[in-house]
Design a protein around this ligand. Sequence first.
Ligand code: SF4
Length: 326
Amino acid sequence: MDVTEIDRPETHAAERKWTVAEVEALFALPFPELMYRAQTVHRQFHRVDAVQLSTLLSIKTGGCPEDCGYCPQSKRHAGAVASEALVPVAEVLRAARAARDQGATRFCMGAAWRGPKDRDLEPVLAMVREVKTLGLETCATLGLLRPDQALKLKEAGLDYYNHNLDTAPDFYGEVISTRQYQDRLDTIEAVREVGLKVCCGGIVGMGESRRQRAALLAELANLKPYPESVPINHLVRVPGTPLAEQAPLDPFEFVRSIAVARITMPRALVRLSAGRQELGEAVQALCFLAGANSMFQGDKLLTTGNPQISEDQALLGKLGLTAEVM
Ligand code: SF4
């Protein structure tokens, strides 16, 4: 395909449907051309000097019955982390207050469940109500959700629900066997139906091909509407998980993934998520140039490491970026 035929920013209608071939053609653009296009779209829809900060707290760690190949919280893997009880509401509130004081505008609560049992949901609803009183946006990631559970979360004041597609439909079975792609789409639909905003992205570097990375981004971009937040994770190769020995992804391929996410989902917050420690400052700077405008702040992301807050603040300072204020 001639690069001049590939989508231009001004043609981004809400109803645009992307084929995998079109998205793959974006990936294949000369790097400067891809960055130029991503930056052009970025400037059309976002401030160029601002990065939104979110903080993620694990409210229920470990013991998960699912078998996601990248995840140390699965009790099926040799390297599984210990299972812990649900964190008390007061502790969640303390963490949320600290996150707000350090510049976060969104507080995400994650639980290692297949999906919440009804008795689990009640304390989470209390957490959402309490965190909202701090003036933070709230997000939860609790696994598969029924429509009635989504409604309860919405009524408690939840703003976003996170549920990632993880990877391309035809690679998904290589990574997870205990739930299906359609289960994930059903949860996203249930969340949308009740008026919650959607945070949905994936993980790159799990051994998928470029075409499969393109297929993941096409799936996300073709959701109607596409997610408001798109976390792009870089695989963290955690010892004792099935993907521990996965060959590392070329860093430029990660940057390309960010740029393609920006071009195909122009209004979304594109969030640098897991794996930032491995990327280093220079690659993260390229990601911001490619259109990333959000990141997780805090020294831990559920169970894996994340840069120290002081390191992030130093990096933002060096790049002349500021934390976006709601
Ligand atoms: S990613 Fe979530 S659902 Fe999968 S094993 Fe980990 S905690 Fe469980």
